[in-house]
Design a binder for this molecule. Structure first.
Ligand code: 3HC
Ligand code: NAI
Length: 708
């Protein structure tokens, strides 16, 4: 036995307890410990049955994801190595009852399915989330799950990767009994009941594997669905193949088919990228100079100033998390408008079955509309979301400073303005911070948390922790123009426009990036956000433009014509009544004309050049941001792009993608662009340095976390 697995006894029932905090992952030592316990149980004639349970807050949450990198690098030669151990559990001569609380995910559910029975508390969850890591179940999950839950359910669970509640797992046959009260007591009693009876082996239960007539349409529909909804991903299709193998081959051969598909996925760039994302989402929560022990300010109530596009969405975010929120507007009409939008959004969710009318009513009750700052003295946090203008923001913050209680967090949702200058309107800059939500605020997962020079560690720690409670991924960024996400988005969209001006069609630019995996093409994104936003900003800052440096011209011209994008039913595209984009030949003619007037020569442009120009523009700006310290790590930039800008998970974010291509290659391409296009393509010094040293951004992050 190892320290990670303990074997104890309750009279004639053996109890195997796994203790590998925090989530009882199947790290080296855990599977071996379980196997050793089973050996002993088999030999001990006083034992009639066994219970396998997780110590601490959960059952096994899966294979140890850290091991996967070691397998692909060759450091771990053993592989996942679970299959024989699961067979050993299944072949135990005494019934093994698996007791589930918390999460039985991935390898955890595979272990559970190798037991003879599964009991669970109602709050438990089971799932095969491997697909979210770009892999498929690798310890016979695709073979045992259809045998317990049926083919359709197994396909669903292995392709969407979403958890299933114990109550549903009971209904579909994964769980044999729901336990009320203490899990171990219930599991031991259950084990006593089944001891002495023949124990069913999952691998021999073929009753739910269906007939070809039943299965063919299930697999066909699942493949179509995966191709549409999980565009470009290999794992969902591989999972379907593996389950299909379960329906056609004997168990052992099915396992071999699964093993092969698992390895193909594990060694792919996709899986490496998605594992980077898994750890990245957790890494961004770690701020080197804000230790875990930093005191947190309780946020039990909040207020939002401004009920426009963002303010309304932010109020919903708080209400969704159960936090009462005041919503203040400047006048009654704007307030009514804001509330009507919130109601409409909630009603849509109810219509779509996301939650019930009762939930909607409860959430609405948490939002209190107001026209005054009267009750602001009592709230723990305020988020300002008024128009983007420094004078107005300062006026609001001056007011908040007068009214709010000491220690209340004063946050701004500004997307471009200087947080320090906003803070200067108060007598407590340590309480001021940027919380930059993304539109639609109630949907997008990203929350850029902008640290001002005086922002206190308590305020930072609180906002980082709060982001999780709000269902967001909080990423701490520095206070520069556009912060991290929008600062990089500028060059990305600039290149998209330049490409059209140089002769690429609107459709070709959007398609190349969509095919790369972006949720939307950059021009369609511009239409959605409103081309006029950038136009207004450019007009304001025209005096800062460097003479002789090429500026994008097409969007300004489109705006001059009133083509602001979707809101005007015309921008880069035309839009029908259902807001579907329609290519507009007039736009390409106009752009050609404008290009000719500006002396820009048009030419044929390949999809590869489109992708390289747009994505490397992100990478180059990202490298500058890193070097200047406005992002803590390259992975922080990746997470920002994955959660806020529709960058595809399976590419791991722009910086990870650049590493995958190889920074030397990226740097050389940027030099090429520099030669062709000049100023904008000056390579970032950090990119040059890493490329010349043969390193990647991941090395930069490693060195940083090692304190170099
Ligand atoms: N392996 C290694 N580390 C893991 C892990 C795993 N399977 N699951 C979680 N961790 C780590 C996290 O990185 C985090 O570490 P940190 O504190 O150093 O940042 C710590 O455990 C706590 O995790 P969370 O912060 O995510 O804790 P939560 O309570 O919010 O969530 C959870 C718990 C729901 C279990 C969530 O961690 C999760 O979804 N984990 C991944 C589950 C998964 O994907 N399992 C399948 C693995 S692949 C597999 O099993 C292949 C098999 O088929 C062979
Ligand atoms: P909006 O124009 O939709 O809403 C602003 C609202 O503030 C209006 O309803 C206005 O009546 C109200 N308001 C103005 N002064 C007020 C006052 N003194 N008290 C109370 N309410 C007042 O603007 P939007 O788009 O919601 O933007 C708000 C902020 O969020 C801006 O700083 C913007 O830069 C930022 N932002 C916007 C994003 C977007 O996609 N729209 C994304 C991220 C940030």
């Amino acid at each position: 036995m190892s320290d990670l697995v303990q074997l104890t006894k309750d009279n004639d029932i053996a109890i195997i307890t796994i203790n590998n905090p925090p989530v009882n992952a199947l790290s080296p030592g855990v599977p071996e410990g379980i196997a050793a316990a089973i050996e002993q149980i088999d030999k001990d004639s006083s034992v009639k049955a066994a219970v396998l349970i997780g110590g601490g807050r959960t059952f096994i949450a899966g294979a140890d994801i850290k091991e996967f990198g070691k397998i692909t690098s060759g450091e771990n030669k053993r592989g996942v190595g679970l299959l024989p151990i699961l067979l050993r559990i299944e072949d135990c001569t005494k019934p093994v009852v698996v007791a589930i609380h918390g999460t039985a995910f991935g390898g955890g559910l595979e272990v559970a399915m190798s037991g003879h029975y599964r009991v669970a508390v109602a709050g438990a969850q089971v799932g095969q989330p491997e697909v979210k890591l770009g892999i498929i179940p690798g310890a016979a999950g695709t073979q045992r799950l259809p045998r317990l839950a049926g083919v359709a359910k197994a396909v669903e669970m292995c392709t969407d990767g979403n958890p299933v509640k114990a109550t549903e797992a009971f209904k579909v046959g994964i769980v044999d009994k729901l336990i009320e009260g203490d899990l171990l007591t219930g599991a031991v009693a259950f084990a006593r009941e089944v001891s002495g009876k023949p124990a069913p082996k999952t691998r021999e239960r073929n009753g739910k594997l269906g007939t070809p007539e039943e299965n063919v349409p299930i697999f066909a529909a699942a493949r179509e669905n995966a191709r549409k909804k999980q565009r470009g991903l290999m794992a969902p299709l591989a999972a379907i193949d593996a389950i299909e193998a379960a329906t056609k081959l004997p168990f052992e051969e099915g396992c071999l088919a699964e093993e092969k598909l698992f390895a193909e996925c594990l060694f792919s760039d996709q899986s490496k990228a998605m594992i980077h994302v898994f750890f990245g989402e957790r890494e961004v929560a770690k701020i080197p100079d804000v230790p875990k022990e930093t005191p947190i300010i309780p946020v039990n109530s909040a207020a939002v100033v401004g009920a426009g596009t963002m303010g309304g969405g932010i109020a919903m975010v708080f209400a969704n998390a159960g936090i009462p929120v005041l919503l203040k507007e400047a006048d009654q009409a704007a307030l009514d408008n804001g509330l009507a939008t919130i109601q409409k959004n909630y009603a849509n969710s109810v219509k779509r079955g996301r939650f019930t009318q009762q939930v909607m009513d409860e959430r609405l009750k948490l939002i209190t509309p107001t026209l005054s700052y009267n009750d602001f003295a009592n709230v723990d946090m305020v988020i300002e979301a008024v128009f983007e203008g420094m004078a107005l923001k300062k006026e609001v913050f001056g007011e908040l400073d007068r009214i709010c209680k000491p220690g209340a967090i004063l946050a701004s949702n500004t997307s471009t303005l200087d947080i320090d200058e906003i803070a200067s309107a108060t007598s407590r800059p340590q309480s001021v911070i940027g919380t930059h939500f993304f539109s639609p605020a109630n949907v997008m997962r990203l929350l850029e948390i902008v640290r001002g020079k005086a922002t206190s560690k308590e305020v930072i720690a609180t906002c980082m922790q709060l982001s999780k409670k709000l269902g967001k991924v909080g990423v701490l960024v520095g206070n520069c123009r556009g912060f991290v996400g929008n600062r990089m988005f500028g060059p990305y969209r600039r290149e998209a426009q330049f490409l059209v001006e140089e002769g690429a069609s609107v459709e070709a630019v959007d398609k190349a990036l969509y095919d790369f995996g972006m949720a939307m093409g950059p021009l369609a994104t511009g239409d959605l956000a409103g081309l006029d936003v950038g136009w207004r900003i450019r007009k304001e800052y025209r005096h800062l433009e460097k003479p002789g440096v090429r500026q994008p011209l097409a969007e300004d011209q489109l705006c001059e014509m009133g083509r602001y994008g979707q809101k005007k039913n015309a921008g880069w595209y035309k839009y029908d009544a259902k807001r579907r984009p329609i290519l507009d030949p007039e736009v390409s003619e106009l752009v050609s004309k404008w290009a000719a007037e500006a002396g820009i020569k048009q030419r044929q442009i390949s999809a590869q050049e489109i992708v390289d120009r747009c994505i490397y523009a992100l990478v180059n700006e990202g490298a500058r941001i890193l070097e200047e310290g406005y992002a803590l790590r390259a992975v922080d930039i990746d997470i920002i792009y994955l959660t806020g800008y529709g960058f595809p998970n399976h590419r791991g974010g722009p910086m990870w993608y650049a590493d995958t291509v190889g920074l030397k290659k990226v740097y050389e391409r940027i030099l090429e662009f520099h030669q062709q296009h000049g100023y904008w393509w000056e390579p970032a010094p950090l990119l040059k340095k890493l490329a010349e040293e043969g390193k990647g951004f991941a090395d930069f992050d490693k060195a940083k976390s090692a304190g170099d």
